[in-house]
Design a protein around this ligand. Structure first.
Ligand SMILES: Nc1ncnc2c1ncn2[C@@H]1O[C@H](COP(=O)(O)OP(=O)(O)OP(=O)(O)O)[C@@H](O)[C@H]1O
Length: 270
């Protein structure tokens, strides 16, 4: 069943990621937008958290704050207990558009980050080949992105991110450009890879079932200015040892309850 907590704290170990009373105002020619209000919650090391909420409630803004591209107007954003002061090498991204370079092969795309960062290229190449092969792309290392399906491209994009050895992954609608069937299987596959590799992951999505299927906890935001509305701890006791993201998890009795509760919360303005 759904358990709710609005304290924003998480009981497991020291937080990997923490928002402490964060406010973010955008200032533009059109005026001021209060995008995030008094946001406090944390994510434990190795945890998978999904963030849902209506369009414009500040989901992507939270990821931008974690990426170090923006600073909060007030409050603190912390990674490993330290305020984020700029982009950090341990933070990787996966976005809706895979941003693979069309003129580079899959392997060359994966090697771009290590090249820019001046990493040991021999070791990076070995790592890239191993990672891409383990994602089922061993036969496609020398193919260009245009020769791959949408799902394969997203696996290649994840491989490129993983070559940088991040320990936090920020996923901003990474599956939304895929057709429904591919989206289900790729979300499950990628969720499994992220868990297997023990990464801390934060997924922003409009898709409530996807948020529930993949995450340990789902964070629900209220409409603008985005505030923490609730946090749901996810578990599927009726499905036995169902893997997150699997069809068994999606078909579990509890799934419908989570969906109904979260959907209702997203629709309710208070
Ligand atoms: N650079 C900016 N300048 C001014 N306002 C902005 C800027 N970026 C975002 N906003 C506004 O801040 C609010 C939060 O935006 P954000 O993109 O974080 O929301 P979101 O929940 O990710 O939306 P969506 O689900 O539609 O992607 C929105 O009202 C948006 O219009």
């Amino acid at each position: 069943m759904t358990t709710q907590d609005t304290s924003g704290r998480h009981p497991k170990g020291p937080p990997k990621v923490e928002f402490r009373k964060v406010n973010l105002h955008y200032f533009s020619e059109e005026g001021e937008t209060h995008a995030v209000k008094d946001m406090s919650f944390s994510v434990a090391r190795g945890e998978f958290v999904s963030i849902v909420g209506q369009s414009g409630c500040g989901k992507s803004t939270l990821l931008s704050l974690l990426s170090g591209l923006m600073k909060p107007t007030s409050g603190q954003v912390l990674i490993d207990g330290k305020p984020v002061a700029g982009p950090l090498p341990q933070v990787g991204f996966m976005l809706q558009q895979d941003t693979l370079f069309e003129w580079r092969t899959i392997l060359e795309n994966a090697l771009l980050g290590p090249e820019i960062r001046g990493m040991d290229m021999g070791a990076a190449r070995q790592r890239a080949e191993r990672i891409l092969t383990s994602y089922g792309l061993g036969q496609f290392l020398n193919h260009k992105p245009g020769q791959l399906s949408g799902g394969m491209r997203q696996r290649a994009a994840l491989g490129r991110t993983m070559c940088m050895e991040p320990d936090i992954l920020l996923l901003d609608e990474p599956f939304s450009a895929l057709d429904f069937q591919t989206r289900l299987s790729i979300a499950e596959e990628i969720g499994e890879i992220i868990r297997r590799e023990g990464k801390t992951a934060i997924l922003v999505t409009h898709d409530i079932p996807e948020a529930i299927a993949l995450a340990d906890r789902v964070v629900v935001l209220s409409p603008r200015p985005g505030r923490l509305k609730s946090i749901h701890e996810i578990g599927f006791p009726s499905a036995g040892p169902a893997r997150p993201g699997s069809m068994a998890a999606r078909e579990a009795e509890e799934f419908r309850d989570y969906y109904h509760t979260i959907w209702t919360e997203m629709e309710t303005h208070d």
